[in-house]
Design a protein around this ligand. Structure first.
Ligand code: ACM
Length: 680
């Protein structure tokens, strides 16, 4: 009976407002929130999201809050097709009341109050926050709550009381190796806000490019950027765009290493060797600023003072990593300086440099952040340590009184799974920090290095994995259910696409370009089980420099596509209960789809040299799919595998694990388990 009513409703024959909302009232809440809030209680009932929604701000409002609400309502309009209310009023009995106490900090700091509460009942929704930034976090949650019952949209009745676990939740984008246009930066800021990240760490200078305009030192971009840089107006635009979304912008100016782009224009800053041009090669370079000349510090002082006009944040990043600086061991003037100042080695000289730069920044009312190489004896404890070489430096630094940020587990260019990133924690497992020392760990940051990126592929390298990382930074430490994370990540990925992110569309566009046709159905199946090798493996396997075109199949496919976790779960379920017909049928269907895609892919490869590089992968996929089919038939059934089958199948897996065409299969671990479980 119920079923008949439902199908009648779905066909529209019985559709009335009353029936539709009573049906909504029974629809259970499906939690797709990401990050998961600190406290959530689901109640019964729901608030229909329809033309009756009105918005009231009875207490505080300003232009930043208004703009955030309008953006939210536009997003809701896009999701639901329900017109947004024509105006925002101050009615305390509006259907959606946004009760904010005040604007929060003029310049957002690590102490900004981001907490909010959200109460939704069938009668209305109320969002309360102390600050506009807190309200923005709650508005994001609101957009993630909307559900539908097949006939209309609603917000489920819930009570949410939410606040972040960490104060520093960052994404770093390297715009030095490859320049990223401001539209790319803006859409990534939108995505960051959608998952409640609050620090955009903007890596602005590199051996390969100086990307920020200096009016005092115009040579920096004139000679060090290939004309690809952010004007000061654009930088201000990005800072304002981020501020409007409750995101701080921490600029990074690399010194004394990774500084070729400075030296190209201002060779006087060099320690001895002078580069002849922008460095196209990646990796660690030998060029470094000269830490022994007062002119170097005058230059840095003037440059950083100029930058304070663009970047209001209280934290400035000076890089500080990877500075072998052989000139510091051979230049007689530098050797004399080291002797005179009793600096026993290069590390001591760099510590001297860091202390001088820290004094400059302190004079500008800025805190200094640096990669963990700056953590050397004598460094003032005002410096913040960003750990990229392991969590050890973070823990030691916290014990010695330094604040720190962990990055090492979240290198996106490692092409690791979202699962692996998700399970890492800013407070390293097993660390013996006191509560006070733990508090010095401000949070985490995920770095997106730019060697192997361009403006087309960047989103797919950052998203959706970074949404899982954002949850680690925001949600309680015990939110660690990987299957549930992936369930919600699939939904978040689509929400991010609706915001304008291209992490999903990029693959199809790239496949169409590679194949030269719109007919990419088979290629999509092939690509769906491939992922890029890690940065390091690609670096070894293909000599890329800044000018290498990034237009191969490896640039099209994305890290940790849904197939990886899906196949893993299916195999896990099947092996846990071999009678699980559904898991078996789904695996069978996956293997069959691979088998039928392969001949089409192989045919298309013959007309595309860039695709054809991966021809061995296509052949392997066919063989592995066949092996998968056989494994299924030998699993718990009456047929046993012939002698030697297992050995052959496992050898096939080992062969397929090798780097070929800079690509890896996503399913080899579970397929190996399936083979091992087959009866021989
Ligand atoms: C770094 O990855 N060199 C900070």
């Amino acid at each position: 009976m119920k079923r008949t009513l439902l199908s009648a409703l779905l066909q529209g024959t019985l559709l009335t407002a009353g029936l539709s909302s009573s049906l909504a009232a029974q629809t259970p809440f499906v939690n797709t929130l990401m990050p998961v809030p600190a406290h959530l209680t689901a109640a019964t009932g729901s608030l229909p999201w329809n033309d009756a929604i009105t918005v009231g701000l009875p207490r505080f409002r300003d232009s930043r809050l208004d703009a955030a609400i309008v953006r939210t309502l536009q997003q809701m309009e896009g999701k639901t097709g329900v017109h947004r209310p024509p105006s925002l009023g101050n009615d305390p009995s509006a259907k959606l009341v946004i009760d904010v106490e005040g604007p929060g900090e003029t310049i957002q700091t690590i102490d900004e109050d981001e907490a909010y509460t959200l109460l939704i009942t069938p009668a209305g929704a109320k969002l309360h926050a102390a600050t506009t930034v807190g309200a923005m976090r709650g508005l994001t949650t609101l957009t993630q709550l909307v559900q539908n019952d097949g006939t209309g949209f609603f917000l489920p009745a819930v009570q949410i009381d939410d606040t972040p676990r960490f104060r520093w939740r960052g994404l770093m984008i390297d715009t030095g190796r490859h320049f990223e246009p401001i539209d790319v930066i803006k859409r990534n800021l939108d995505a960051m806000a959608a998952v409640k990240l609050n620090v955009f760490h903007w890596h602005l200078t590199e051996d390969q490019g100086f990307r920020i305009e200096s009016k005092l030192y115009p040579g920096l971009t004139a000679k060090g950027s290939d004309g690809l840089y952010y004007t000061q107006d654009q930088a201000r635009e990005i800072v304002a765009y981020a501020h409007a979304r409750g995101i701080r912008v921490v600029p990074e100016f690399e010194m004394p290493g990774h500084s070729v782009a400075w030296l190209v224009a201002y060779p006087k800053l060099a320690s001895g060797s002078i580069p002849t041009g922008i460095r196209r090669e990646f990796g660690v370079s030998n060029y470094a600023l000269d830490p022994t000349r007062e002119e170097t510090y005058q230059f840095i002082q003037r440059f950083l003072t100029e930058m304070t006009g663009l970047f209001p944040d209280a934290y400035y990043h000076i890089g500080g990593d990877e500075t072998p600086a052989p000139d510091w061991k051979t230049n007689p003037r530098i050797l004399a300086f080291k002797k005179q100042h009793n600096l026993k080695d290069n590390d001591a000289l760099q510590a001297y440099f860091n202390t001088r730069v820290l004094a400059i920044l302190t004079g500008l009312h800025k805190h200094m952040v640096g990669w963990d190489e700056i953590f050397t004896p004598g460094l003032p404890t005002d410096a913040v340590i960003q750990s990229w070489r392991g969590a050890k430096s973070l823990v030691s630094a916290a014990k010695q009184g330094y604040q720190g940020i962990l990055s090492q587990p979240w290198y996106l260019d490692g092409m690791q799974s979202a699962e692996r990133h998700y399970l890492a924690d800013p407070i390293p497992a097993g660390s013996d920090l006191t509560p006070e020392q733990s508090k010095r760990i401000l949070g985490g940051e995920t770095p997106m290095w730019g060697e192997q990126l361009n403006q087309l592929s960047i989103d797919s390298r950052i998203w959706p994995r970074t949404a899982a990382i954002a949850e680690r930074f925001w949600s309680p430490a015990d939110v660690r259910d990987v299957d549930d994370m992936y369930r919600r990540l699939d939904v978040e990925s689509i929400r991010l696409e609706a915001l304008g992110l291209t992490h999903l569309t990029h693959q199809d566009a790239a496949l169409r370009e590679l194949a030269g046709t719109e007919n990419i159905d088979a290629l999509r199946v092939f690509a769906s089980v491939l992922q890029p090798v890690s940065f390091g493996e690609r670096y070894k396997g293909q000599h890329t420099d800044q000018l290498t075109p990034l237009d191969n199949l490896v640039d099209a496919v994305r890290p940790d596509p849904p197939s990886r976790h899906r196949i893993e779960v299916l195999v896990r379920n099947l092996l846990a209960s071999p009678a699980n017909q559904q898991a078996k049928a789904e695996l069978d269907s996956a293997f069959k789809s691979w088998l039928s895609a392969v001949p089409v892919v192989e045919e298309q490869m013959q007309h595309s040299p860039l695709l054809n590089v991966a021809h061995p992968r296509a052949q392997q996929l066919g063989d592995l799919a066949q092996t998968g089919e056989e494994a299924l038939s030998y699993l718990g059934g009456s047929t046993k595998a012939p002698a030697g089958w297992k050995q052959g199948a496992l050898a096939q897996i080992e062969e397929a694990r090798k780097n070929q065409a800079l690509l890896r299969f996503t399913f080899l671990d579970p397929l190996e388990q399936l083979i091992k479980a087959a009866q021989e």
